[in-house]
Design a binder for this molecule. Sequence first.
Ligand SMILES: C[S@@+](CC[C@H](N)C(=O)[O-])C[C@H]1O[C@@H](n2cnc3c(N)ncnc32)[C@H](O)[C@@H]1O
Length: 230
Amino acid sequence: MTSSPAQRLADELAQAGALPAEWRTAFRAVPRHLFVPDAFWIGDESPLEPVQRADDPQRWLDLTASDIPLITQVDDGATPPGKPGRYPSSSVSQPSLVAMMLDRAQFAAGHTVLEIGTGSGYNAALLCERLGEANVTTVEIDLDVAERARAALTSAGYKPAVVSADGEQGWPARAPYERAVRLLVAGIRDAAQCSVKRVEHVGRTTLPRRHGLLTLCRGVQPPDVAPRVS
Ligand SMILES: C[S@@+](CC[C@H](N)C(=O)[O-])C[C@H]1O[C@@H](n2cnc3c(N)ncnc32)[C@H](O)[C@@H]1O
């Protein structure tokens, strides 16, 4: 039987040791391509290569099922789709980074979670798949981004609470949360933007840093792996 792009991605990550066993089912189930726009950019250095679905649908699909970040906005929106970009300003995060962050948060069945920064909605879909959509609240500051994420989540079959708001102060209306996660694109220019001033939860907060993850704990034991901060 032919495997789906999501299944192939999950199996590749697992073989590379980049996907914890408890997340494998979720990664195999969530079709990443539903969360990716028709035009994006790839690459680590300027100029960033534009990729358009209409130009080569199979390559577009293959890239959505690859362990790379897909850059969905460049140059803070100044450069249109199809043109080379100078720097990434928004992206669908790299699956292995997502897996590392989710692993570090040490979820268990029934946990409630607050995600700050819905972005594409892919991470929220993974959380829905593992924890159940009733336990997932995701906050996105950009109204258009939140609307697109809601549509993508619905098309993939998930209905978590997607809130259009500034998540810096958390989202008290659905508190308390047992976990809080925030995922920003690797290599973001100002890693200090990752700070969360107050999250009304009891549990573990995982924040990415330029070369690792910082895990903050409140009311739970520290993680097995020592947090790394750069
Ligand atoms: C890298 S994306 C998140 C990736 C996302 N988890 C995914 O699966 O695609 C970061 C998102 O955080 C949002 N964001 C930045 N600051 C925020 C804030 N204070 N509150 C809520 N969302 C915020 C940005 O608009 C952006 O969409």
